[in-house]
Each structure stands twice: as C-alpha cells, then as structure tokens.
Design a protein around this ligand. Structure first.
Ligand code: CA
Length: 234
C-alpha cells in the first residue's frame, strides 16, 4: 500500500522508528519536529494522514489540531504519553480520528495507520455512489464531503462516518452500541464516545443543537435521522 504520512514528533528517535516501520510497509513519511514545522510541510506536500504528538515545544498537539480542523479534514492519529489526553480531545471536540497511547508497539501503530489509509482509499474507489440531499445539505457518501448551500462543512473522518451511517439509514433508531459497532468496528473503545460525536455533529449541522431537527434522540432507543428531511438522492 502506498500513501504519505506526516509524523509530528519532537523525539527524533521515536519519529524515525515510526518512519522505519512505515517504510517497511511501503508508506512514505516526513518528520516534523514541531507543530509549526508540520504546517510548513503541509503547505508543500499533500499527505494522507498525520500522526500527532501532544507534548511539543511551542504550539502543542491540541492547538495544532484545533487550527488544522479549521481548514482540513485529513485523518489524524494522536500519539500521546499523557494520561487523560484522550478525554481532553473528546471533551473539546477537536476532531482526532484515532488515539494511541505511548509506549506503543510500532507494529500495532502501523496496523492502525494502514487501516485508516485503507478506509480512505476504499471510499475514494467507490465514487459512483449517490449523493444524498437533506434540506439545504448535500452529502457525498464516498467523497467524505458535506455541503450546506454549496459551502463545505468540515467534519473529521469519524464525525462524517457517524453522520453518514445515520443519513444512509433514515427513520431507523440506533443505540450508541449499534453506532459504535458500525463506525468503529472491532476497535476497542468507550461507547460514550458516540454521544460526544453526536454532539459535535449537531453543533455543525443543527440550527439549535439542543433542539435538533435532523439527528433526534429517542429516549431509551438511541439516535434517529429524521427521514422527512431527506429530499432525494442524486
Ligand atoms: Ca513529545
């Protein structure tokens, strides 16, 4: 599999170890030792994925991610040595796609990276799939693209996948368990993540996130996308 990864990591040895394992898999990578350098790399080269360290000199990983998400939906895998970072990322809704704690096994890390790249690739391959229109929104299921009145709404990969799952199954109620299974698959994790993602998506698409029109909460059953909002598939 090919692909290009940007490794943002200030511990050079660790960055080089990740780079070595990626290269064994045929995946090219660059190492940026600061978040600021990361942005410079990104302005010159197009990447498929970023691995992001949190403790960095200068701008830290959280600030980087926040700034990044204003203009990009590239998949981000956070590598963190700090306990509680995952909670902060989820709590602040920063839009990371995966989280791996240090110390990690390079083999496991590369497997996770491959899984993300494969997912992005296979989605690109199925570009024939129809767009779904609801109200003034246009969702391209395989293009990972959501527009409102022609203007792009930036969603992280997982935010998009949760929304897509619900939009593609309108009128059906899904428990957080169902959604976790559908979107995160066999990966381990915390089911409460789903509620966090629903909140984040609502903030981006609902007029009043506390009184939603699209993704409704049905007490005791879970979440349902209001099928009356679907206009057509084109
Ligand atoms: Ca560090």
């Amino acid at each position: 599999m090919n692909g290009r990864v940007l490794i943002i990591e200030d511990e050079l040895e660790l960055g080089e170890l990740v780079q070595l394992y990626l290269s064994k898999d045929g995946i090219d990578s660059d190492i940026a030792s600061t978040a600021e350098a990361g942005f410079l790399y990104m302005s010159n080269t197009s990447y498929d994925l970023i691995t992001l360290d949190i403790n960095l000199p200068g701008m830290d990983g959280f600030e980087f991610l926040q700034k990044l998400r204003q203009s990009s939906d590239i998949p981000v895998l956070i590598l963190s040595a700090r306990e509680g970072d995952e909670d902060i990322v989820l709590g602040l809704g920063l839009g990371a796609d995966e989280f791996v704690n240090k110390p990690f096994s390079p083999k496991v890390l590369v497997a996770r990276i491959r899984a993300i790249l494969r997912r992005v690739r296979s989605d690109l391959d199925h570009s024939a799939s129809k767009n779904i229109i609801f109200d003034s929104f246009n969702l391209s299921p395989e293009g990972y693209h959501l527009e409102k009145n022609g203007k792009r709404i930036i969603l992280s990969t997982k935010e998009f996948e949760v929304l897509r799952f619900l939009v593609q199954n309108p009128g059906a109620a899904f428990s957080p368990d169902n959604i976790y299974q559908a979107v995160w698959g066999q990966e381990y994790g915390d089911i409460s993540t789903v509620a966090v993602y629903i909140q984040r998506i609502r903030k981006k698409i609902e007029k009043d996130p506390s009184n939603p029109d699209y993704i409704l909460t049905i007490h005791g059953r879970g979440y349902i996308f209001d099928e009356r909002k679907i206009k057509s598939e084109s």
